[in-house]
Design a protein around this ligand. Sequence first.
Ligand code: DC
Length: 224
Amino acid sequence: MDAVSGETSLSDDGVRVIAIDGPAGSGKSTVARRLAERLGLGYLDTGAMYRSVAFAAMAREIDLADASAIVEVARASDIEIDDSSVTVDGVDATTQIRGPEVTRSVSTVAAISGVREVLRVRQRAWVIERGGGVLEGRDIGTVVFPDAELKVYLSASAEVRAERRAGEVSALDYETVAADLAARDAADSTRQHDPLTQAPDAIHIDTTDLTVDEVVDELIARLG
Ligand code: DC
C-alpha cells in the first residue's frame, strides 16, 4: 500500500472485497453482516463513518455550511467501529449516530469531497489490514473498490424501506421517517461527488420480497 495515499490494488495477494451499495433501508447492513459471517470476513459499515464525522462536527458545534472545518474534523477524528459499537474520539456514539439529528445532517457532511477523500483512504486501509472484507455504503463498488470481486446493488420499494427504518427508530412515526428517507436518498443520489449509482457490473437485487438468507444465498452462489 502507498503509505501516503492509502491507495492499493486488489491484485495484492489474498485481498477479497465484496462491495454492497444501495439506498437507506435496502437491506445492505443486514445482508453485508451475514455475508461477512458466512465468508469469514470482516464487515465495515461505511455509513457509520460518515455518521461519525457528522456526530463529531455537531459535538464541536461546527456550522454544517463550513465545509473546510468539517474536513478538518474528519481528518482529526478517531473513529473506531466494531461489530456492536461506534466510538468517536473516545466517546461511545453508538446510539447517537443513529439518532434523528445526525441522520438529518449526514447527507450534507457526505456531500463534501474532502470528507469523502479522508474516509476513502481509511476504508482502503481497513481492507488492507484485514486482507479483505465486506463493505457497504453508497460508492463502494463505483469509487472505493471498483475492482471488488463482487459488486452488489440492493434496492427495495420506497414503502418497504421506510417501514424497515421506522421499525428501527421507535421515536419517529412512519410518515416522518418516510419523508426523511426520501430527502436523504435524493441528496445522496444527486450530489456532485460520488453519488449513489449502480456500478455497470454490479448484480442488482430487489430485496422487497426477499428474506436476508435468500439474498445472501444468491450472493454466495454468484461468488462460486
Ligand atoms: O448507510 P447509512 O444510512 O448509515 O449512511 C449514512 C449516510 O452516509 C448516507 O445518507 C449517505 C452517506 N454515505 C455515503 O455517502 N457513502 C457511503 N459509502 C456510505 C454512506
